[in-house]
Design a protein around this ligand. Sequence first.
Ligand SMILES: NC(=O)c1ccc[n+]([C@@H]2O[C@H](COP(=O)([O-])OP(=O)(O)OC[C@H]3O[C@@H](n4cnc5c(N)ncnc54)[C@H](O)[C@@H]3O)[C@@H](O)[C@H]2O)c1
Ligand SMILES: O=C(O)C(=O)C[C@@H](O)[C@H](O)[C@H](O)COP(=O)(O)O
Ligand SMILES: [Zn+2]
Length: 356
Amino acid sequence: MKSLTVDAGDDRYDVLVGRLEDCRSRLIPLAGGKPLVVVTEPKVWGLHGARLEALLPCDPILVPEGEAAKDWPHLQGLLDAYTQRNLDRSAAIAAFGGGSVGDLAGLAAGLFKRGIPIVQLPTTLLAQADSAVGGKTAIDAFGQKNLVGMFHQPRLVIADISLLDTLDERQLRAGYAEIVKYGLIRHEALFEWLEGHGAALLAGQREYREEAVWQSIAAKARSVEADVTDRNGARALLNFGHTFAHAIESAAGLGTLLHGEAVAIGMVQAFDLSAALGLCAHDDAERVRAHLTAAGLPVSIAESGVRRADLLPLMRTDKKNAGGAVKLVLTRGIGDAFLSEGVDEAVLADFLERAA
Ligand SMILES: NC(=O)c1ccc[n+]([C@@H]2O[C@H](COP(=O)([O-])OP(=O)(O)OC[C@H]3O[C@@H](n4cnc5c(N)ncnc54)[C@H](O)[C@@H]3O)[C@@H](O)[C@H]2O)c1
Ligand SMILES: O=C(O)C(=O)C[C@@H](O)[C@H](O)[C@H](O)COP(=O)(O)O
Ligand SMILES: [Zn+2]
């Protein structure tokens, strides 16, 4: 089993990459002598719930699968379920599912009694490589992605790669996009490694999956530690491609495109825009487009089916913006992303109009 510790200000926790069965002694004390309350969804619980129940008594709470769970009614429903159980701070709940379950359960845990502990047990490639670590939680609201949320760091994260064996190809590819992101923002060597091994990873090679998840978690942990609550720009790099992506997800109708698919499009747009602004080489943009295309991911706004005119108003709502400027993460090349001071709106509008 591999492990690292995330030092997130007042919160310090371990991230374990290994089999759930080998982590029993870490889970039992967190349950506080009662059945472990597990927020999960029917598909994941049906496929993998028995493995958790074999380790310790569980009390599952089911939410819908996918993005549909990240809304006000399901947040209220979860808070109601916590209230019915009179949960308190002495025991952790567990989020067992993809990023949507983690984001919803994490937010409910952060709000309930001003914060009860949560353990993240991610079951998708995206959640293992990205969302389970770092404490960002959210629901979508008023048509906007992740509009209402808070930071609530987990007590423990366990990523068991074997859970990914049942994940369908589309979900795998979407998770792969966030792994590519880690290569693109700061780790050119990771991107090169993915160019060599990405196809085998997607095809099911566990050791490549484990290596990519591990590298992504390690990269994420460093960014989170440098900027726990997204204030000084270091963590903003994890949002590479996301100003475009979130606008595209919202414009398409939340849940229509998978988050990772929108991130793939957004990262290519960020490269194309950076190249158009003379910040990076067009060859780098083409290399990224070629790799994501080969991985079976969408890369163009045209493929998303959204109306281009809908994007700029949504991009104006991004959380990184300040003083009326759209502060995109741009790039000087593979492994060299940076947070811009703001891109001129006329330039952005023109780019969106012409972009592939
Ligand atoms: N908090 C963060 O830092 C962060 C980071 C990245 C993404 N996110 C959020 O995460 C969400 C996307 O998460 P996601 O990509 O994990 O998808 P998801 O949670 O929205 O959906 C996952 C889908 O895969 C299925 N599934 C899950 N595990 C499975 C398994 N082991 N076998 C078979 N099927 C399985 C589920 O039933 C569901 O249909 C988005 O809402 C995104 O905004 C959050
Ligand atoms: O952890 C972070 O920080 C990220 O930005 C990771 C992103 O992959 C993730 O999609 C995150 O939820 C986006 O957050 P938001 O602040 O743009 O809503
Ligand atoms: Zn993301």
